[in-house]
Design a binder for this molecule. Structure first.
Ligand code: GLN
Length: 385
C-alpha cells in the first residue's frame, strides 16, 4: 500500500505568510512602533464592550441565524439606504460575515468556476489572489498607475474577455489610499454593461474619506448594484478589527448563491457582538464622524513627516499613508521595511508585495490609525533617516 508522503502538493505554491502577520510579528519581536498592519492601537468606547457583555449575560450565546441577527441586518439596510439611497431587503439581501476577508472569499467561491477569469487591480490586497486561485479562477491583473494610483480604464476594457466572470474593486483603496470618483464608477458600468460579469466591491473603508470626498459605493450606482456584492466591515469603522465582523449586501439572486456557500464556510457569526453592533449602528454620528477623526490623524502624520526625506503620496481615504523613500535609499522596499523595524523601531508595509511580479516603486505604507503619541514618536524616528 502506498504510504502518505508526509506532505501535500500545495494549492498555493507561491504563497507564504501574509505580509501583515510577518511585519506585525517582526514589530513585536523588535519592540518597534507598529505602523504596518492596519489596526488601531487605541480602544473603542467601553460602552460598546458593555453592550456585548449585556447580551452575553442576557443569554444571547447560541447560534445566530445563518445570515445574521435580524436587528443587525435591519440596521445595515437602513444605513445603506440613508447613505447611498439603495434599498436592500434585510431578509434576503444582507448577510453578516466573519469580516471583510471572509465575505470576499465567499463572494469569489460562489461565483468563480475553474478557468473563469477575474480582474484585479494592482497593488492588490493580498487575500484576493489566493481567494481566486483556491477556487480555480485565473487572475488577470491591471495596474493602478503609479504614483496617483488611478485606474487605466482602457487597459481594463482590453482585459475583458468572454471568460471574465468577476471584477474585484476596492475603494477607498488599500494600500494606496486612493479613492474612485463617480466617473470611475461610470467607466466600470460602461465596461460591464451587456456582460454577465459580477462585481465584488470591497468597501471596508467606506467611512474614511478625506477633504469632503464622497464615497462612491456600488450600492449608490443602480446599474452596478444589480451585479455587485458590496462588502464592508465593522472592524475598521468601530476600532474593533479583532472582532472580525463584516457584511455583504447584494441583490436577492446573488445573495441566494452567496448564502449557499456562506453556510458551509462559517455558518454564522458570533451572536452577542452582532446584537451589540445592531444597537451601536443606530447612532449615525459614530460612523459619520470617522472621516474627520482620521483626517486629523492623517494631517498630523503628514505634518510630522514633512521634515523627513520621505515624499508623501496623496492620501484621499483609508488609514494608510504611502511614502516614497527614493531620496533615502536604493534598497528594495521589503529590505528597507525590515531594516527600519529592526534599526529605528518603526514597522511599515512594503508595497511591492501587492504586485506579481513585484513592482519596485520604492514606497512604504504606514498605518496612521494610532494614538497621537505613537504617531509623533514614529515621525521623530523616520525624520532622522
Ligand atoms: N486589512 C489590514 C491591513 O491592510 C490587515 C488585515 C490582516 O492582517 N488580514 O493592514
Amino acid at each position: 500500500m502506498p504510504t502518505f508522503p508526509g506532505r501535500i502538493e500545495s494549492r498555493l505554491p507561491r504563497v507564504g505568510t501574509t505580509i501583515f502577520t510577518v511585519m506585525s510579528r517582526l514589530a513585536a519581536e523588535c519592540g518597534a512602533l507598529n505602523l504596518s498592519q492596519g489596526f488601531p492601537d487605541f480602544s473603542a468606547p467601553p460602552q460598546l464592550f458593555d453592550l456585548v457583555a449585556r447580551h452575553m449575560h442576557a443569554g444571547a450565546n447560541q447560534y445566530a441565524p445563518m445570515a445574521g441577527v435580524m436587528p443587525l441586518r435591519e440596521a445595515i439596510a437602513a444605513k445603506i439606504e440613508t447613505l447611498y439611497g439603495a434599498h436592500y431587503d434585510p431578509e434576503h439581501e444582507i448577510t453578516v460575515t466573519a469580516g471583510g476577508t471572509q465575505a470576499i472569499f465567499t463572494a469569489v467561491a460562489c461565483v468563480v468556476r475553474p478557468g473563469d477569469e477575474v480582474i484585479v487591480f494592482e497593488p492588490v490586497y493580498d487575500s484576493y489572489v489566493p481567494s481566486i486561485e483556491l477556487n480555480g479562477g485565473i487572475v488577470v491583473r491591471t495596474q493602478l498607475r503609479f504614483p496617483d494610483y488611478r485606474p487605466d480604464w482602457a487597459q481594463v476594457r482590453a482585459l475583458v474577455t468572454p471568460r471574465t466572470r468577476m471584477i474585484m474593486i476596492n475603494t477607498p483603496h488599500n494600500p494606496s489610499g486612493s479613492v474612485w470618483s463617480a466617473q470611475d464608477m461610470a467607466q466600470l458600468a460602461d465596461i460591464v454593461r451587456g456582460t454577465d460579469i459580477v462585481i465584488a466591491a470591497d468597501e471596508v473603508y467606506e467611512h474614511i474619506l478625506f477633504d469632503g470626498a464622497r464615497h462612491e459605493s456600488c450600492a449608490r450606482h443602480a446599474e452596478l448594484a444589480q451585479r455587485s456584492f458590496v462588502i464592508s466591515s465593522f472592524g475598521k469603522t468601530y476600532h474593533v478589527t479583532g472582532w472580525k465582523v463584516g457584511y455583504v449586501a447584494a441583490p436577492r439572486a446573488l445573495m441566494e448563491e452567496f448564502r449557499k456557500a456562506h453556510q458551509f464556510i462559517v455558518f454564522t457569526v458570533n451572536t452577542p457582538v452582532q446584537l451589540a453592533l445592531a444597537e451601536w449602528l443606530r447612532d449615525a454620528s459614530r460612523y459619520l464622524e470617522l472621516a474627520a477623526f482620521y483626517q486629523t490623524k492623517r494631517d498630523a502624520f503628514r505634518a510630522g513627516l514633512a521634515a523627513s526625506r520621505f515624499a508623501l503620496l496623496p492620501c484621499a481615504g483609508t488609514y494608510f499613508q504611502l511614502a516614497s523613500y527614493a531620496a533615502i535609499s536604493d534598497e528594495p522596499d521589503t529590505q528597507l521595511a525590515e531594516r527600519l523595524t529592526r534599526q529605528i523601531g518603526v514597522a511599515s508595509i512594503p508595497v511591492s508585495v501587492f504586485y506579481d511580479p513585484p513592482q519596485q516603486n520604492r514606497v512604504l505604507r504606514f498605518c496612521f490609525a494610532k494614538n497621537d503619541d505613537t504617531l509623533l514618536r514614529a515621525c521623530e524616528r523616520l525624520a532622522r533617516l
